[in-house]
Write a protein that binds this ligand. Structure first.
Ligand code: 13P
Ligand code: SF4
Length: 332
């Protein structure tokens, strides 16, 4: 369907102001391929009363071009609860769409591509959590938000990379189980007296960074600041100047304004932060998340046109899973 922009030239004219904002990270030849979809998505959002929530790992044409609300997993969970529009399109991965549905169950929540999964979410099942609870009776289970609703339903409370330490300490117990991200749990364990029982899940994107790689970049670029996501291994985090959730990484860069910075996280993050910080040079040891990259302008447009793919969570899972997320939101 056409949305009133009959030619590429007309679409380019209509998006010229928007392009000014992102020209640093999107070449004009690529923008020519995006402009018509951006305008179509903007029209569809109005027509269908929809909003787009986008994670910080979305490509810049999505993040800056069509998103209404952007953020890390914690911000997206909080913001989803406030959405008044009829439809929420999650430009992120499946567990984020499920969390949005848990937080705002009367809205239609769409994930543009069902292949937008996550290696952490795939690393653990509800049955695995039941086994852990039987093995360690009475020890509370904290689940990283990067899990299915079925896993959340078995856990006491959720956490994200933005609040993991606070959640661990909020329980007031000497020992907790934290699933499924082993590296996040180990990174938190370094900063608390609470003993943490871990699971062996890893983010397939962040586990690729190595301490040697960081040292090599530092010797090639002596001025560089290094910022690592806590899904990186503790050995990598130990080499960094700062570690935090994607929002905290972005805030650190904006506050410190290093001349050169390297973000040890998914590729598109550097593009999105670079748009806000044009004076900073970003060194990019690029690691793509194949799941996040399933979300494209085309798949978002199709989701809005077809009302697909709708997130549904059975009531017996949704009720306890929502409790775990709401307990987290109540703490932080
Ligand atoms: P945050 O944006 O919450 O830091 O999480 C990163 C992530 O793993 C998303 O997949
Ligand atoms: Fe999952 Fe890692 Fe991709 Fe985030 S970056 S969605 S944790 S695989």
């Amino acid at each position: 369907m056409s949305y009133g922009f009959s030619s590429v030239t007309a679409a380019l004219e209509a998006t010229a102001l928007l392009y000014e904002r992102v020209r640093l990270v999107i070449p004009p030849e690529e923008w020519a391929l995006f402009a018509e979809d951006i305008l179509a998505i903007q029209a569809l959002k109005k027509q269908k009363k929809a909003v787009i929530l986008a994670h910080n790992y979305m490509t810049p044409e999505i993040y800056h071009g069509v998103a209404d609300i952007v953020g890390d997993s914690l911000a997206l969970a909080r913001q989803a609860a406030q959405v008044d529009a009829e439809i929420i399109v999650m430009a992120g991965v499946h567990f984020m769409a499920e969390t949005a549905k848990l937080m705002n169950p009367t809205r239609t929540v769409l994930i543009p591509d069902l292949g937008a999964g996550c290696s952490l979410a795939q690393s653990i099942t509800a049955q695995d959590v039941r086994h852990l609870k039987a093995q360690y009776p009475g020890i509370p289970v904290i689940t990283y938000v990067n899990t299915s609703a079925a896993v959340k339903a078995e856990c006491d409370i959720c956490c994200t990379s933005g609040n993991a330490l606070k959640i661990v300490e909020s329980l007031g117990v000497p020992e907790v189980i934290m699933v499924p991200d082993e590296f996040l749990a180990q990174n938190v364990a370094k900063t608390t007296k609470v003993k943490i029982i871990t699971w062996s899940g890893h983010c397939e994107v962040h586990e690729r960074f190595t301490p040697q790689e960081v040292r090599d970049y530092r010797s090639q670029h002596p001025q560089i600041s290094v910022v690592a996501h806590p899904e990186c291994s503790p050995n990598v985090v130990a080499e960094a100047d700062f570690s935090g959730s994607t929002v905290k990484m972005s805030e650190w860069v904006s506050a410190h304004k290093p001349s050169q910075v390297m973000l040890l996280t998914e590729c598109s993050m550097s593009d999105n932060v670079a748009v806000e910080n044009p004076s900073i040079t970003f060194i990019r040891p690029c690691q793509l998340c194949p799941y996040m990259k399933k979300i494209t302008l085309k798949s978002i447009r199709q989701a809005l046109e077809q009302g697909a793919h709708q997130i549904e969570i059975p009531q017996d899972i949704a009720t306890p899973a929502r409790c775990a997320v709401e307990r987290m939101i109540a703490v932080f």
